[in-house]
Design a protein around this ligand. Structure first.
Ligand code: SF4
Length: 65
């Protein structure tokens, strides 16, 4: 399956992706976002988060089931 992935080295912790896709992304104790439920929202919503991220930290990646 394809799902969202956040590169922690790039994320600046702006929380925008959590606002756009609250079922996919969750802020972590280190202040970075993580895709805790990578395909928890429709792909077009995830693509909106990808396009909105100011740090280009989000991508779609293939997850093994
Ligand atoms: S939108 Fe990008 S920079 Fe902002 S919290 Fe999400 S992954 Fe991090």
């Amino acid at each position: 399956m394809q799902g969202a992935y956040v590169d922690p080295a790039k994320c600046i912790g702006c929380t925008l992706c959590v606002s756009i896709c609250p079922k996919v992304f969750e802020m972590q104790a280190d202040g970075k976002s993580k895709a805790v439920n990578p395909n928890g929202e429709p792909t077009d919503a995830i693509e909106k988060a990808i396009a909105s991220c100011p740090a280009t930290a989000i991508s779609l990646k293939d997850y093994l089931k």
